[in-house]
Design a protein around this ligand. Sequence first.
Ligand code: ATP
Ligand code: MG
Length: 501
Amino acid sequence: MTTDDVIKGYTFAEPALDLGALLVDGEPRPEAQVRIPLRMLNRHGLVAGATGTGKTKTLQLMAEQLSAAGVPVFLADIKGDLSGMAQPGEPSERLRARTAALGQDRTPQACPTEFYALGGVGDGIPLRATMTAFGPTLLAKVLGLNETQESSLGLIFHYADTQGLPLLDLKDLRSVIQYLIDNPEALKGVGGLSKQTAGVILRALVNLSAEGADRFFGEPEFDTADLMRLTPDGRGVVSILELPALQDRPQLFSTFLMWLLADLFSHLPEVGDPDRPKLVLFLDEAHLLFTDASKAFLRSVTQTVRLIRSKGVGVFFVTQTPKDVPADVLAQLGARVQHALRAFTPQDAKALKATVSTFPNSGYDLEEVLTQLGIGEAVVTVLSDQGVPTPVAWTRMRAPQSRMAPADPAVVQGVVAASPLLPKYGEAIDRQSAYEILAAKVAPAEDPAQPVDRAQPVEAQPSVLESVLGSQVFKSFARSAASSLGREISRSIFGTARRRR
Ligand SMILES: Nc1ncnc2c1ncn2[C@@H]1O[C@H](COP(=O)(O)OP(=O)(O)OP(=O)(O)O)[C@@H](O)[C@H]1O
Ligand SMILES: [Mg+2]
């Protein structure tokens, strides 16, 4: 592989993100810029490498250039170090020398940002989703259910969907399960729900609320269209999900990210292969998505990643080794930015070999190169604007222009306070839903003077559906939420759903 091959391989007719410059014998070659065409970002990618090797900075570098190019970005900030994107980077002599040698004219600059927090834990616009929207597949993953329990959960959701019992928050789901335990005949004809399985699910839900999920499930539900915003001057908004408070609950946030993907997937129009993506998501600590995932969940991730491309959404997985990502997903990732790997243990060595085997042929001895890469260096290959893999290039990455450290808390708070989304999502609301409907049904406090009740023959017990449809609370819910009364909610391949807007 010569410098000329790299220059030729990375010269595109269309706009591209600048990643860095080729390194030859430890010297940067600014004439050989390594880039990724905007058009190819919906072909997804992987940023991998051992801890401290530069993955997050690579993500930041790509995100800020996307924003500048008018592409909105969503990213999960696990360690809190991406919040710095809201502030210009600090000028430093050392950094200036490094970037100048790469041909980068680094001008410290902040990005237009929006901060989010799951359920409002921490500084950020509260992100919430209803149980109904979240769906049984993702919830089973969060709860760590086995396949049998997962299918029972599917049955419970199906029951609630068909019976018009809105599942907005955790207590709605719990009350439906309790109702089904007390009234096993309700599920006759659609398969049964064993008391034992129902008990397991109930206990798992109790644990989940103990971990703070109560604040996440509910309304107002986040409209993923709010992630697609541009500033008046045409820059893409960088939406940063702040997660430090939820680090001990990785399942919830990673699963939330999949909900985002699924929701975007189900509701964005087909755009084929646009000039540039509509949105790019960076999923940091992506291994959390896949550990202990059920086959159904993995199938859904694979399918969503494959299909969301034609909606113009790009997904970048950021993780320590490619092995963290299932082979079927890995096979669909067009871009590779592989930072250094360690080779201390036999297990490391195996992971290294596996990583090398996922790269196209190159002039490098990758097993060696991958352990020699410096911090902020990576082995890169992407898809050219023609869709063919570019030459593998040992690259020294550019430095982000925004701050490479956490933002000042006051800056984050200022962004949140000024956000146009605060009035929309700031306050939680608790509307009439399954919990209230079932509570009203079980309670003996029905108005005895109600003519409908008296007209009914004693032996004809009203079905749940009938009593639910007749209940005042449901009528008022149906009005306020414009929910499709008694009709089954159609679920995406991910089992997620959304009420009509
Ligand atoms: N492109 C770059 N330009 C300049 N410095 C960099 C670059 N990439 C990384 N660094 C330096 O390396 C440090 C670690 O980088 P980073 O936080 O991106 O690592 P990481 O791979 O995300 O680590 P972890 O797995 O622990 O999250 C940064 O704080 C910065 O000082
Ligand atoms: Mg990191």
